[in-house]
Design a binder for this molecule. Sequence first.
Ligand code: PMP
Length: 437
Amino acid sequence: SGKKGDISREKSAELYAKAQQYFPGGVNSPVRAFKSVYGTPLFIERGDGCFLWDADGNKFIDFCCSWGPLILGHNHPKIREKVSKALEKGLSFGAPTALENELAELILKNNKCIEKIRFVSSGTEAVMSAIRLARGYTGRDKIIKFEGCYHGHSDSLLVKAGSGLVTFGETSSAGVPQSFADETIVIPLDDTKAVETAFAQFDGQIAAIIIEGVPANNGLLIQEPAYIQFLRDITRKHRALLIFDEVITGFRLGFEGAAAYYGIQPDIITYGKIIGGGMPVGAYGASSELMGHISPDGGVYQAGTLSGNPVAMAAGIAQLSELKSSSFYKSLHTKSNEFVEAIRRYTAAKNYKLKLFSVGSIFWFAFTDKEQIRAASDIDHHSMEYYKAFHRELLNRGIYFGPSGYEVGFVSAAHTKVELEKAKRAIFESLDEVFRH
Ligand code: PMP
């Protein structure tokens, strides 16, 4: 224990220098840039189970899990096998395949909330299409989103958003026409009044409310079930739709995600991450009636050259097949709870200014004294300085988390008791260092 030297980042630094010549910020997605934590980004060489290896040969226990998709860990043999079989037959046909049916059946036969689904290639696309469907179906233009919720990078959703936007301190993107942003009503989470006011002010103009299953892109902002029920009730009352963005929570909180977790039926659900087993897949689903408005059945257009890609479908089928048993989530959640509780006990005993918020296998380190954080504005931005120091100490002890204090961690089925025990000790030591001063 005690102070640890910094890990070697020679190879990563070399690769990063090149990458900076090729890509803005040296990366193909902003949060990867380590801009708000210490040092250059680590370039990853490979992953296996709960482990990651970087280009310098450093080995880490991974709690980022590719930002959520890898609920079975890296390089799962069943996924690899199914993907390899698909690969042998060709990479893309731009025509229907049986694999799409197979993944759709796996989802729809085990889900009470949606009757039809459409596969796309990312979470962004899924949400963008769901919003278009809501607008097309209701004939209304405005949508309500919540401050801090991230729903991908389509124009109308890059207003007061979480993820990389909050990490870099610019929560609304440049390049979004004011006229688009005007159609997005942004209100704080956990605030019933603000929703009522919006419906009163824009009577008959609101197509939908969109909310993350559990907001997890601006810290983990766990909402009270009564609030979600309120959103369900008020959307029904005003004939607006309720969209659950389950890109993170879908197949994470359980096979039926946040909808089943709350016991609330949304009108449209979006998926991403886990549904593709690590390949680029997203999806949106709803009742047959609603989905009947999607082209070619209906007038809401949405398409994709690589949509339902056979290799990506194969990965999704292999992963979701493993998740279907009810014991899967039970054991994952038990394991996660024990892990999180042990860290809670430690920080409480030491009186550290740190809370762990968690739901299922999702958890978030909040450097705060507050017992609850339900809205983005409850987070003190200065607390991110603690995360920066913590992240460095963790890397030096072989523990990998996303390079932003606004992002959550994930426990996967590949995290064994032994590794979680090691991770706990490294987390305790790291916290001791962070709070030494
Ligand atoms: N919605 C939510 C809730 C997300 O967390 C994300 C990505 N983190 C997205 C949408 C966008 O997904 P993608 O990055 O695959 O486009």
